[in-house]
Design a binder for this molecule. Structure first.
Ligand code: ATP
Ligand code: FE2
Length: 338
């Protein structure tokens, strides 16, 4: 099996609002990462509209990635795609492109778990080897660590995801954001000017947490119109981030790992980074955060996880390449971690 810089994997990401194509070498060099983001006219993501966007841009994004990487399609060794979890129509669009490419080029296909890809790109880009990972995005809030062949889930949200909580609040508050700027980032800017901590629900149950009560309470406060928006954004962040930090700290104490990794779209948040850095330091662990361009959904993370899978004997026959809308990370064997 080829394992050098001359072997390339193309990865397709399409779980939600991004259609992205990454190309990496089998040695983990990222050669290209091209993306197109679907922006809804109003409100949250509409799965079928997002899928239509993905189908429309697929060709251009593929071309852009190939040009950036300066390789020809026939030089690709492997095709990887996000098989789940995610939105059905979006996932199916990416899977269709991947299947067509693999069949046309006569190359192996690998279906990748999107959440595991967020962890693996974090490890690749930061050098973390065996971390406790906090993975926080629009659809997921998971504290995990490797144990006995799999990424085990130590704690997770019982209802909505952290990014979704921030986005829904920001939309409700009419927070303005420039094109391309995530709502969570716009909320972060407002929160930086918050001065007063407003008491809101804080719900950690065992190792899991709940964010929907916090969101409802924050929206209720907002509608009453008695608090400064900056203070509410600040308070929402402080409460939500403290919850995920508490669960991560407990997983760190329990597993006695020596690294903490922050990954997923919300990892870009400076306040969350500083809270996690704090608990890592208290436990004598090193702190790692995925670089911003690989925090949000990207094809490179799918390509890299495809390489890890394929070089450890995993391929996905076409007949088994159906998408998995709710594919939990603890259902996936991870033969590449010792
Ligand atoms: P997944 O399928 O993994 O759940 P996703 O489709 O939600 O992924 P990501 O790109 O991983 O996509 O994460 C997007 C989320 O990250 C959004 O909720 C966005 O508001 C949030 N986000 C981005 N930047 C920041 C920031 N600086 N502060 C807080 N949240 C942020
Ligand atoms: Fe994601």
């Amino acid at each position: 099996m080829r394992g050098s810089d001359e072997a390339y994997c193309l990865g397709i990401e399409s779980t939600a609002d991004d259609f992205s194509v990454g190309i990496v070498t089998f040695n983990g060099k990222i050669l290209a990462n091209a993306s197109s983001n679907y922006v809804p006219e109003e409100g949250g993501i509409h799965p079928r509209e997002a899928a239509r966007h993905h189908a429309e841009v697929a060709d251009a994004v593929l071309q852009e990635a190939l040009v950036k990487a300066a390789i020809k399609p026939y030089e690709l060794t492997l095709i990887a795609f996000s098989q789940g979890p995610g939105l059905g129509p979006c996932l199916r669009t990416g899977a269709t492109v991947a299947r067509a490419l693999a069949a046309y080029l006569n190359r192996p296909l690998v279906g990748v778990n999107h959440s595991i890809a967020h962890i693996e790109i974090g490890k690749l880009t930061t050098g973390a080897m065996d971390p406790v990972t906090l993975y926080v995005s629009g659809g997921n809030t998971i504290v995990s660590a490797f144990d006995s062949g799999r990424y085990r889930i130590f704690g997770e949200t019982l209802d909505i995801a952290l990014g979704n909580c921030l986005d829904v609040f920001a939309r409700e508050a009419g927070v303005k954001h420039k094109p391309g700027m995530p709502l969570g980032a716009a909320l972060e800017e407002l929160a930086a000017n918050g001065e007063k901590l407003i008491s809101l629900p804080y719900v950690v149950k065992g190792m899991d947490l709940s964010l929907s009560g916090l969101l409802t309470a924050a929206i209720t406060m907002l509608r009453k119109g008695k608090c400064r928006l900056e203070d509410l954004c600040y308070s929402l962040q402080e409460h939500a981030f403290s919850m995920v930090t508490e669960v991560t700290e407990r997983a760190l104490a329990h597993t006695e790992k020596t690294e903490v990794l922050l990954t997923g779209g919300v990892a870009a948040n400076k306040r969350l980074q500083s809270m996690l850095r704090g608990i890592a330091e208290e436990h004598g662990a090193s702190f790692h955060v995925v670089p911003r361009q690989f925090a949000t959904d990207n094809g490179a993370m799918i390509a890299w996880t495809g390489v890890l899978s394929y070089t450890h004997g995993i391929v996905t026959p076409l007949a088994e390449s159906f998408v998995k809308l709710r594919w939990r990370i603890d259902k996936v064997d991870i033969p590449w971690v010792e």
